[in-house]
Design a protein around this ligand. Sequence first.
Ligand code: TXA
Ligand code: MG
Length: 316
Amino acid sequence: PYSAISTENLLASRDGVARAAAILADGGLVAMPTETVYGLAADARNDHAVARIFDAKGRPRFNPLIVHVADVEVAKRYVEWSDVADRVAQAFWPGALTLVLPLRADSGLSPLVTADLSTLAVRVPAHPLAQDLLRHFDGPVAAPSANPSGKISPTTAAHVTAGLSGRIEGILDGGSCPVGVESTILGLAGTPTLLRPGGIPQEALEQCLGHPLEVYKNGDALTAPGQMTSHYAPGASVRLNAEGVVEGEVMLGFGAMDCTLNLSPAGDLVEAAANLFGHLHALDAMGPEGIAVAPIPETGLGRAINDRLRRAAAPR
Ligand code: TXA
Ligand code: MG
C-alpha cells in the first residue's frame, strides 16, 4: 500500500548526478548503475529512507543490505577492518566484491541496514557514475539490486523502470551494466567464506588469499540470510541443462548452437554473465511456458551464472 510517485529519469551528466545526490540527501530512493547490476540507493543512516527500500522492493526486513562507499578509507568508518580485508580490498576494490565484516559500534547506520546483525556487508563499486554519486552525496549508501524482491535483477535503466517505476524518486541512467551479475560476497567476520558467487571469480579470491575458500551452501545456517533458494524468478518456469526445447519453451543457449537467445556464441563466460539477466528479461517478455537453458561450465563466472540460474529454476 503505497501511493504512486513520479519517477524522474536522470541522465548520466553532472546535473543528473547532482539531482540523484539531492534526492538521497532528502531521504529519497534512486536507482544507480553499478558495474554489476543497478542498485536501489538510499542514505544508509536514515531509518525512514532505508525502510522505504524494503517497501519498494517488497523485501523481507530480515534480509540485510549492502552499504556502498567511495573508497577503503570510508569503509573503515563502518566496519572493523583487518589485514585480510586489506589484502582483498587492495586487489579487488573498486569492483564486484562485497566484504562482510564486524559492524563498528559507532557506525551511525540505521539498524534496518544490517537487519540487526553484528556484521555489515560493504562494497566500493567501480562504475564511474556510482563513484560520482557516492562522492557527491558524501555518505554511506545502502543499495540492494533495484528489482522487486525475488525477480530478475536489473542490468539496464529500462529493467528498473519496468520493476519499480512509481515507487522511487529517480533512476540514474548509466546504460548496461558491464559485469552483469551481482558482486561476490566474501565473509570475513570469521573464517574467510564465500557467501555468494558473483562478479569476482572464486579462483581469483583464492589466489589472492593463498588458500582455498570455505563455501557457504544454502541451508548451512543463517550466515547469508538473503540467499533464499527461489530468487531471480522469471514468470516462465526454467529448465536447466537442457539439450533442446520441448513444446512451449524458448531456449537460452551458450556456445555454438541453435537457440532463441545466446549468452555467448563464442562460449565466453564473461560475455555470458553480462548478457544473463538481459536475456532472461527478454525471453520472459516473449511469454513462453518455459525457458530451457543450455549447460554452463561451473568455473570462473560460470559459478555465479549457474547460482542465479539454479535460483531462477527453484520451486516457488
Ligand atoms: O552487486 C551487488 O552486490 C548489487 C549492487 C547493487 O551492489 N547489490 C546486491 O544487493 O546484489 P542484494 O541486496 O540484492 O544482495 C545482497 C546480499 C543479500 O543476499 C544479503 O542477504 C547479503 O547480501 N548480505 C547483506 N548483508 C549481509 C551480512 N551482514 N551478512 C551476510 N549476508 C549479507
Ligand atoms: Mg538482489
